[in-house]
Design a binder for this molecule. Structure first.
Ligand SMILES: *Cc1c(COP(=O)(O)O)cnc(C)c1O
Length: 400
C-alpha cells in the first residue's frame, strides 16, 4: 500500500476531525521520521511537544517493553510498584509536594479545575455552586465540554452548547483586566505561561509575576497549564520559571511520557490536592504501572541527557539562524528555547502552503492559527540538524 491508499482508507472510515499533512509515517527515531515510501523527514513538531525526548528513545522503549512484560494495569483498586516511585521522583524534580496522575492533558486540566472548585468550597469558603475560574483569551487547554466552555476559538465551541458555567475570560497579557475580574468567589486563574496552540504567544515581561501577586493577594489559586510549554520545551523545566513565581498548581502531560503513552499529572501541594478523598475523583488508567514506568524513565532521560539545557541553547541558535533569513513574508520570529513561532504577514497567503512546501523538502512542521509556523523539534536536535532545516526554511520563505 502506498501513501494514497492509506489516506483513502482513513478518509473513508475515520472521522474527519483533523486536517493532517499528507505524509504517512511508518517509523521514527530521534528527530527523524520515515514515511511509507521510504522518504525521511526532520520532525519539527514533535507531536505538539509530546516527544521532547526524541522519537522511540531507546531507554524509554526498553523500559516500556520491560514493564509491559511484568504488569500493565492494576487499576487504583490495588496498588502497584511504579506509581509510588513516579509520585516521589516527579515531586522531587519539580519541588511540589503532591501529584495526581491522569492520562490525557485534558483530563489533567479537568482534574485541576475540579481541585480548584473543591478547594474554593472547602478551604476558601466560597458559597456552594458559586465558584468562578478565570481563563485567558486565545487559550488552549483541551477539548472537553468544560474546557471549551472557556475557549475563545469559535470553531472549538460551535455546535457543542450548552456550556459549563463558572468561567470568565480575560485578555491574555492584560493585568488590569485580570484585576477587575477577580471577585470574592474567584477560586482560580488558569493560564498557559506560553500559549502554544494560540501561536507561540509569550506574554509581556512581568505579566506572570503580576498575575501571580494578584492571585496571592486575593487568595486565588494560580494554575499554570504547562502541558505543552513544560518539561524543557521553553528552555527551562517550566516556562513559568522565566519569572519569579511558584504556581499553586502545575498541569503537565505530553512529554511526561516521551510520546510513548498518554500520561498526565497535576502537581500541587497538600492544601489543594489534599481536598480529594477516596472516591472523589479517579481514572481507570490513571497511575497505571506501564505509564508510570514510562514516565519515570522519560523524566530521567530529560534530566540525564540535559535536554532542558539543550533546548535553551539550541533554541537561541535556531532563532538566531531564523533571524538571518531574509523574507518579505515574515512579520515576527518569537519563542523561548525550542518553542518557536514564525508569524507571517496576512498577505503571505497562510502558513499551510509553506508547511506543505517544507514537507516536500523533508521538514515537517504544522501551521498554527493559519498564519504562524511553529518550530518545536525534539529537544535532542543538534546544530547540524538545525542548519539543515534552516536552509530549507530559508528557501521556502523565498517563495513568491
Ligand atoms: C495539548 C494541550 C492540552 C490538551 O492535552 P491532550 O493530551 O490533547 O488532551 C492542554 N493544554 C495545553 C497547553 C496543550 O498544549
Amino acid at each position: 500500500m502506498n501513501t494514497q491508499d492509506f489516506i483513502a482508507i482513513e478518509e473513508k472510515y475515520g472521522a474527519h476531525n483533523y486536517h493532517p499533512l499528507d505524509v504517512v509515517i511508518e517509523k521514527a527515531q530521534g528527530v527523524w521520521v520515515w514515511d511509507v515510501e521510504g522518504n525521511k523527514y526532520l520532525d519539527c513538531l514533535a507531536a505538539y511537544s509530546a516527544v521532547n525526548q526524541g522519537h522511540c528513545h531507546p531507554r524509554i522503549i526498553s523500559k516500556l517493553k520491560e514493564q509491559a512484560e511484568k504488569v500493565t494495569l492494576t487499576s487504583r483498586a490495588f496498588r502497584n510498584d511504579q506509581l509510588p516511585l513516579l509520585t516521589q521522583e516527579l515531586c522531587e524534580l519539580t519541588g511540589y509536594k503532591m501529584m495526581l496522575p491522569m492520562n490525557s492533558g485534558a483530563e489533567a486540566v479537568e482534574t485541576a479545575l475540579k481541585a480548584a472548585r473543591k478547594w474554593g468550597y472547602k478551604v476558601k469558603n466560597v458559597e456552594d455552586g458559586k465558584a468562578e475560574i478565570i481563563a485567558c483569551t486565545n487559550n488552549f487547554s483541551g477539548r472537553t465540554i468544560s474546557i471549551i466552555s472557556f475557549s475563545t476559538e469559535e470553531q472549538y465551541r460551535d455546535g457543542y452548547a450548552p456550556f459549563t458555567p463558572g468561567y470568565k475570560v480575560v485578555e491574555y497579557g492584560n493585568i488590569e483586566e485580570l484585576e477587575k475580574a477577580i471577585k470574592p468567589n474567584t477560586v482560580a486563574f488558569l493560564v498557559e505561561p506560553i500559549q502554544g496552540e494560540g501561536g507561540v504567544i509569550i506574554p509581556p515581561d512581568g505579566y506572570l509575576k503580576a498575575a501571580f501577586d494578584l492571585c496571592k493577594k486575593n487568595n486565588v489559586l494560580f494554575i499554570a497549564d504547562e502541558i505543552q510549554s513544560g518539561l524543557g520545551r521553553s528552555g527551562k523545566l517550566f516556562a513559568y520559571q522565566y519569572e519569579e513565581i511558584r504556581p499553586d498548581v502545575v498541569i503537565i502531560g505530553k512529554a511526561l511520557s516521551g510520546g510513548c503513552y498518554p500520561v498526565s499529572a497535576v502537581l500541587s501541594d497538600k492544601e489543594v490536592l489534599g481536598v480529594f478523598n477516596p472516591g472523589d475523583h479517579g481514572s481507570t488508567f490513571g497511575g497505571n504501572p506501564l505509564g508510570a514506568a514510562i514516565a519515570r524513565e522519560s523524566l530521567k532521560v530529560l534530566v540525564e541527557e540535559k535536554l532542558v539545557e539543550n533546548s535553551f541553547e539550541l533554541g537561541n541558535y535556531f532563532r538566531e539562524k531564523l533571524n538571518e533569513v531574509k523574507s518579505a513574508h515574515v512579520k515576527e520570529i518569537r519563542g523561548r528555547g525550542l518553542f518557536i513561532g514564525v508569524e507571517l504577514h496576512p498577505e503571505a497567503g497562510g502558513a499551510r502552503r509553506f508547511c506543505e512546501a517544507l514537507m516536500k523538502r523533508g521538514v515537517l512542521c504544522k501551521e498554527t492559527h493559519s498564519h504562524v509556523i511553529r518550530f518545536a523539534p525534539p529537544l535532542v536536535i543538534t546544530k547540524e540538524e538545525i542548519d539543515w532545516a534552516i536552509s530549507h526554511v530559508s528557501d521556502v520563505l523565498q517563495m513568491p
